[in-house]
Design a protein around this ligand. Sequence first.
Ligand code: BG6
Length: 460
Amino acid sequence: MLTFPKDFVWGSSTSGPQSEGRVAGDGKGENLWDYWYSLEPDRFHGQIGPETTSTFYLNYEKDIDLLLETGHTIFRTSIQWSRLFPKGVGEVNQTALAFYRKVFSLIKDKGIELMVNLYHFDLPFELQKIEGWENRAIVDAYQAYARFCFENFGDLVDRWITFNEPIVPVECGYLYDYHYPNKLDAKAAAQVAYHTQLASSLAVKECHAVNSAYKIGIVLNLTPAYPRSQHPADLKAARIAELFQAKSFLDPSVKGEYPQELVAILKEHDLLPTYRPEDLDVIRQHKVDFLGINYYQPLRVAAPRYLPHPDAPFQPDFYYDHYVMPGRKINPHRGWEIYEKGIYDIAQSIKEDYGNIEWLLTENGMGVEGEEKFRENGFIQDDYRIDFIKGHLKELHRAIEEGSNCKGYLLWTFIDCWSWLNAYKNRYGLIELNLETQERIIKKSGHWFKELSQNGGFEP
Ligand code: BG6
C-alpha cells in the first residue's frame, strides 16, 4: 500500500467559465470568450461555445453532493470576474455575490476544503475593449476585484489562487494564434505577462492586508524542459525554454524577482515591458504562501534547426524546437505524452531550487476523445484513467518520501467540462456528463477515487 500523509487532501479542479454556464437573468457580463465566440464560432470545436458548459450554475447542489460521492476532501473552482462585476469594475452583480456565497457555504458545510481561483483566462470583455492586460489600468481593476473577493468570501475560502496558468493567455493570445486577441506581438506579450505578475503580487498584498492568516498562491503549469541530448546546444535550448515557460512566473511569484537571463534576452530583443521601479518592490515583498502546480505532459526541446526569418515576429521558440522523443509513452485518446516521472522531477526542483515551498498538484488528468466507447453496463469503465492517476501518484509518493512539501492531489476534473477550444472533445471527468440530458453518471474512476481518498493511498 502506498500511503500518503494524514493531512494530504484529495479532490479536483474546475473553473467558473468551464462549469457554470449562463442563464437568462443571471446578470453575468460578457468575458472575452463570450465575445470571441460571437465573433468567430468556427474557431471553437464543433462550434460549441462557452454559454452552456456543465450547468453548475443550476445544478450546484446536486454537484456538491457528487463531490462527496467521489471522495473529495478539497475542491478548486474559480470566481468569474465578469459574473461578479459585469463590466469588470464598478457595479456589483448582487445575484452573483449571493450565488458564490451559497456555493462556497455549501462546500464548507460538507467539510470539503475550498480553493478559489480569481482568474482562469476570463477577462471581462469591457476590459479587453481597452487593450486588456496590455493596459496598466487592468492591474488596478483586478486589484480592486481581488480585494472585494477577499472581503466578501474570505470567511469561506481556505486557499486563494491569484491566477491559473498565467503563461497560457500570454502564449496563446499574444505569441501564437490560439486565443483571442490572436495578436502575435512579443512586445505586447511581455507587457501582458508583466502586468499579470504585478496583479498577482498585488493580490497577495491585498489578501494579507485583509487578513494576515489567509493563504494565497498561484497555479502554474510547470514542467522541466527536457533536452533531446546532453549536447551544449540542446542544454541551452532547454534552459531558455524553461525561462520562458516556467520561470517567467515561478521566480517572481516564489523568489520575488525575475531571472537575470530572461531579462537579458528580453532586453536584447527590445521586449522589456514598461514598468515603474516601485513595482519591483511590490513583487519582491509579496511572495505567494504556496504553489499550485498543473502537470499533464513534459516539455521536450532540442536546439533549433533553422535560423528565424529576420522579418518574422519574435517567438520564444526562436531558441528551441519542440522535440518528439521516439518511443515515448502516449495517451492515444488525446495525443499527449505520458511521463509520470515529470512529477518527481518537478517536486525535486521545487524542493531544491524554490525553498521546498508548500505546494499542491492542482491539475493532472487524462483527456479522452470518444470516451463513450468505453461504456459497459451503463457506465464508463475508465481503467486507463485509474492507471494514469496511479502512475503519477507513485512518483509523487516517492517525492514526498524524500521530503517534498506536497499537500494534495487535485485531478482535472470532477464532471466532464467544456474546454476553451476543444469543447467536450476530450473528457477528463470522474463523472460523465450527458450533453443532451445533463445527467451525471459516476465513472469507474470516480468510485475508485473515493476509495483512494478514504484509504489515503492505494495498492500499487
Ligand atoms: C488545463 C487548463 O491546462 O488544461 C484547463 O487549466 C483545460 O482549463 C485543461 O480545460 C484541458 O485542456 P484540453 O484542451 O485538453 O481540453
